[in-house]
Design a binder for this molecule. Structure first.
Ligand code: BEZ
Ligand code: FE
Length: 289
């Protein structure tokens, strides 16, 4: 293996990996080398550009910390996260579709009983959420675990709200025998993805908006069914068609209806107009090999 040229180096690199034991690892590495070399040839990558790329990826890694994952954010804005989801979680019929998980899910969320107010006392338009979890035949799924999390009316998650020490606007619920769950909170707002790192540079260099449309995240799990990682967007949000992480699906756009002050679902009284969001989630059975 000497005197390799731009015509021979790709096969030469691949041939060094002949002894790879795991066939899937072998397949992935061969394809990665082929695509990487093809990309370098395609754009005629210069040494300076190569060095900039190395610097970008180095800083992306350096920006990661226990509370920040810049590589996943890079995957999100390049559409890779949603592409992998599309390829691995094909849903049939009415089954609820996935979206990105995002960086704001927390393991230390409180378990809450039905009808709980999870707003943490933060100001905002009252939001009532009434959900039901059913299977593909419409039968209720009881005791499903339903995680919910969302931003406040300024677009901040609880860990970003100054002075807020307890989890808020997030909770883990269990569906009742009719598959229902419901809670009270405040209406979330649109917000920007983190823009102060290398991903922010990429977004600004390409003239892209950082703003995500408002949404309520849900993660639903029940034995025998595929996990649903999803979110619901208000149909009047101005950022639906420019989501920087490509997470919007038509089936996840919902009416966030507004009602005059009074009594909301489950007897919840409001002194201001409130938003009511209703949604049925359809779970897809596990794929059995
Ligand atoms: C989110 O919706 O929480 C989110 C998703 C991807 C990147 C940043 C934020
Ligand atoms: Fe979010």
């Amino acid at each position: 293996m000497r005197d390799l040229t731009s015509d021979t180096i790709t096969e030469a690199v691949i041939s060094t990996m002949r002894e790879t034991k795991d066939p899937r690892v072998a397949e992935i590495l061969e394809s990665l080398v082929r695509h990487l070399h093809a990309f370098v040839r395609d754009v005629g990558l210069t040494e300076d550009e190569w060095a900039r790329g190395v610097d970008f990826l180095t800083r992306t890694g350096q920006t990661c910390s226990p509370t920040r994952q810049e590589f996943i954010l890079l995957s999100d804005v390049l559409g890779v996260t949603m592409l992998v989801d599309n390829l691995t979680n094909r849903r049939s019929g009415e089954a609820t579709e996935n979206s990105v998980l995002g960086p704001y899910f927390r393991e230390d969320r409180p378990r809450q009983a039905a009808s709980a107010d999870i707003s943490g006392g933060l100001p905002g338009t009252p939001l009532f959420f009434e959900g039901q979890v059913v299977d593909h035949e419409g039968a209720p799924v009881a005791d499903a675990a339903v995680d919910v999390w969302h931003s406040d009316s300024d677009g901040h998650y609880d860990m970003e709200v100054p002075g807020l020490d307890e989890p808020a606007m997030r909770a883990l619920f269990r569906t009742d025998d009719a598959g229902n769950f419901g809670f009270r909170s405040i209406r979330p707002s649109s917000y920007p993805i983190p823009g102060d790192g290398p991903v922010g540079e990429l977004m600004s260099a390409t003239g892209r908006s950082l703003m995500r449309p408002a949404h309520v995240h849900l993660l639903i799990e029940a034995p025998g069914f595929q996990r649903v990682t999803t979110m619901l967007f208000p149909s009047d949000d101005p950022y639906l068609d420019t989501d920087p992480v490509f997470g919007v699906r038509e089936s996840l756009v919902e009416r966030y209806d507004t009602y005059a002050a009074g009594t909301g679902p489950r007897g919840g009284a409001t002194e201001a107009p409130y938003t009511l969001l209703r949604r049925t989630f359809v779970l897809e059975p596990h794929v059995t090999d």
